[in-house]
Ligand binder design. Structure first.
Ligand SMILES: N[C@@H](CCC(=O)N[C@@H](CS)C(=O)NCC(=O)O)C(=O)O
Length: 279
């Protein structure tokens, strides 16, 4: 992954000043002056969800998944860019898998957690975010099935098809990682690209099953995981089916800035590698 792209990623916009500061002070009425001031009960503030500490890499869709979820769920992530640090002794001491996204949380037995889907499941469980991860066992099982199917089947195809174009390291034991002839590597990449269509259709026909999202009318954590994954396909100009394009637009519309901001980092990186390839 190019450092330049990671560095050039935009900073989150400065937070708007709290509303209360902008309000004019309430005028003291004559009535209030004559009565002993009954103290107004302080307005109950909606409980603020605690922020999360997230180590991440901006160009990665695995990371984008958790970055989108954290924002959409109002978890106010404090993000640390782990670019160039994932294999440092300090990082490895906490996370021997050297993988991001990684959250830190005192409640966890080992203090940290990696794997995008496990992180979303944990945070949804911890904060009761049933909207993103339904509690009902059968509904929840469908979300889990969609996510495991994505990580176990769709993502490896997406990685084999896109990583060469993204200049990401490929997995040991695969043609793309070997010293095979470039023609063989290109053949393997094309085969992976062709294989994407089948699992993609399964998400549409089976998991969505006529609903706007896998989660129904509201996007679930499986939807965030799927849409983020599909972002990578732009690097190979993959011709997404119409439903998938509309699905991604609908998800972004529903989640707004929570989706657009982390997606902007991935899209920025893709634009960067494409411009390098065209140069
Ligand atoms: N299945 C994992 C994949 C995580 C992953 O592959 N992370 C990569 C970035 S895309 C990483 O952190 N690599 C850094 C390294 O291996 O040192 C997930 O969904 O979180």
């Amino acid at each position: 992954m190019a450092k330049a792209a990671a560095k050039s990623a935009k900073k989150p916009a400065a937070k708007a000043a709290p509303k209360a500061a902008a309000r004019p002070a309430a005028k003291a009425s004559a009535k209030a002056a004559s009565k002993p001031a009954a103290k107004a009960a302080p307005k109950a503030k909606p409980a603020k969800k605690p922020g999360i500490k997230l180590s991440m890499l901006r160009p990665s869709v695995n990371n984008m998944t958790v970055r989108v979820f954290a924002r959409a769920a109002g978890l106010d992530p404090t993000e640390t860019d782990a670019w160039g640090h994932t294999r440092s002794p300090e990082f490895l001491a906490r996370n021997p898998a050297h993988l991001t996204p990684m959250i830190e949380d005192k409640g966890l037995p080992r203090g940290v957690l990696w794997e995008s889907c496990a992180i979303m499941q944990y945070l949804a469980n911890k904060h009761g975010l049933d909207k993103f991860y339904p509690k009902a066992p059968a509904k929840r099982a469908m979300i889990d099935s969609a996510m495991f199917y994505l990580v176990g089947t769709l993502y490896p195809y997406v990685a084999r098809a896109t990583y060469p174009a993204l200049s990401f390291p490929q997995y040991a034991g695969e043609v793309g990682h070997s010293d095979a002839h470039p023609d063989k590597k290109s053949e393997a990449q094309k085969a992976a690209m062709a294989a994407i269509a089948e699992p993609l259709e399964v998400f549409h026909s089976f998991f969505r099953d006529g609903k706007p999202f896998i989660g129904g009318n509201h996007p679930s954590i499986a939807d965030i995981r799927l849409a983020a994954t599909l972002e990578f396909l732009a690097v190979i100009d993959y011709a997404l089916p119409k439903w998938a394009k509309e699905y991604m637009v609908a998800l972004e519309k529903k989640l707004g800035k929570a989706y657009a901001e982390p997606a902007g980092d991935v899209r920025g990186y893709i634009a960067h590698v494409k411009s390098q390839a065209g140069a």
